[in-house]
Design a protein around this ligand. Structure first.
Ligand code: ADP
Length: 438
């Protein structure tokens, strides 16, 4: 009986040991299969959350590793495709953000789905405020929302020009194109906005210019024609009258000549057909030469011409153009200064504001002791054909184009011009030019 119970104990202990061993071995085996599967499940979940960077270990030879390899390959391909999609999306976004036209997209329900940065600038509200909201909330742009409604209802493309007053007054060219999104029955709307304010202003200026030119040409032509006809009708037989009429015809044709010359010059400068030839100009020598030209003209009116310049003063400029600027200003100075007056030119160096003195400038001031320009006319004297006193300008041979030519030439040199003037005392035309052309 004792040996029987010993055997039982040994049997139970042996069985227990065997059980523990078996449990350990099967746990390890099970873990080897389920752990990779768990990893793969986790990876698949992360991929569902659009994280395609995840990879699982796949360096075995069994079927589970085969599955892991397939999963990794799928992640890689998805990652590649996603990068392509993202790149395309970014490209499209940067096209939309950088294009000068405003682009707005509206879905069939009337909600804004796209609002690019030019649209923000043209219509004045940010994409954040607009996207996802209805177009009927375009409260500041009543006419625009009416047009959108019309285009959505009619499903026909619309082309309009519209003045908006918010955020500032602008003339916009609008193209509204109905758009069917793939797979959807109803149509949305694509709106392209373009700012045509400057173009229209330019067109208006052009046509005004043509009208002005015709008007300016008409007067001398009419005079020439009239006096020639009078001469032909018999005045030619009276030598004294004939002489004075011929003088008028001569003067008027001179005026015509000057006018046409100025108009051609202006159009040449404006169309930028003429090339600039910048070179270093010695201002002392330059002023001496230029003043020499005007000497006789000034002497006729007994006007004293003076000039002074800092020594060793140089700047980079197109010398012919610079001469044209100065001659025009001097001519005006002489024209609009009574006999016995003074016209003076001063050239000096003006140091820049920064310590390194990069923005140092040359200042040339043309002053006269003439009739001066009334305050109300000052902002307009650089306009084409603008004259303070038409009669006086005509009698002095002015065309009204001199200062606008000057302004253009100074712009060409990246400089500025301003006027200070007191009626009856005189005027100062102050030009500032950069030392070096950019
Ligand atoms: P214009 O050929 O008539 O002189 P500008 O364009 O040169 O035309 O000048 C425009 C107008 O500005 C002139 O008609 C004149 O009334 C005024 N103006 C220009 N320069 C002077 C000046 N130095 N003093 C007084 N008025 C001037």
């Amino acid at each position: 009986e004792r040996s029987l119970s010993k055997m039982w104990v040994a049997l139970v202990l042996g069985l227990l040991l065997l059980f523990v061993l078996a449990a350990g071995v099967s746990y390890r085996v099970a873990l080897g299969v389920t752990r990779p599967l768990e990893r793969m499940t986790g990876a698949a979940k992360r991929m569902a959350d659009m994280d395609y960077e995840i990879r699982v270990p796949d360096d075995g030879k069994d079927e589970v590793s085969e599955l892991a390899r397939a999963l990794n390959a799928m992640a890689e391909s998805l990652q590649g495709q996603m990068a392509v999609i993202r790149r395309n999306g970014m490209r499209l976004q940067s096209v939309l953000d950088n294009m000068p036209s405003g682009v707005v997209m509206i879905d069939p329900a009337g909600n804004v789905t796209l609002y690019n940065s030019s649209a923000e600038w043209l219509l004045g509200s940010s994409a954040k405020e607009r996207v996802g909201r209805s177009f009927t909330e375009f409260k500041q742009h009543y006419e625009l929302s009416q047009l959108i409604r019309q285009a959505l209802d009619s499903r026909e493309p619309l082309h309009e020009e519209l003045t908006v007053y918010f955020p500032e007054e602008r003339l916009l060219e609008l193209n509204l194109v109905p758009m069917r999104m793939s797979g959807e029955e109803e149509t949305g709307l694509l709106i392209v906005l373009q700012d045509v304010t400057a173009i229209r202003r330019l067109e208006r200026m052009r046509s005004e210019f043509v009208a002005n030119v015709s008007h300016e040409l008409k007067t001398p032509v009419a005079a020439v024609k009239g006096f020639a006809e009078t001469l032909m009708a018999g005045a030619v037989n009276d030598p004294e009258t004939a002489q004075s009429f011929l003088k008028i015809i001569h003067d008027e044709s001179e005026r015509l000549n000057r006018l046409i010359g100025d108009i051609l010059e202006l159009s040449k400068i404006e169309s930028r057909r003429s090339t600039q030839q910048f070179s270093p100009v010695d201002l002392n020598a330059f002023l001496e030469r230029t003043m020499e030209f005007m000497k006789t003209e000034a002497a006729k009116k007994n006007i004293e011409l003076q000039w002074e310049a800092d020594p060793e003063l140089f700047l980079e400029a197109d010398e012919d153009r610079l001469g044209q600027i100065l001659l025009n200003l001097l001519q005006n100075g002489i024209n609009y200064t009574p006999d016995g007056g003074k016209v003076k030119v001063r050239a000096e160096y003006v140091a820049g504001e920064g310590a390194d003195d990069v923005d140092g400038k040359i200042r040339i001031t043309v002053s006269d002791t003439g009739i001066g320009i009334p305050k109300k006319d000052l902002p307009r004297i650089f306009e084409r054909f603008y004259r303070v006193d038409k009669a006086r300008s005509r009698s002095s041979g002015g065309t009204g184009l001199g200062l606008s030519i000057v302004k253009h030439l100074i712009d060409m040199h990246h400089g500025t011009i301003r006027v200070e003037s007191t009626v009856g005392v005189g005027s100062h035309f102050i030009i500032e030019l950069p030392l070096l052309q950019p």
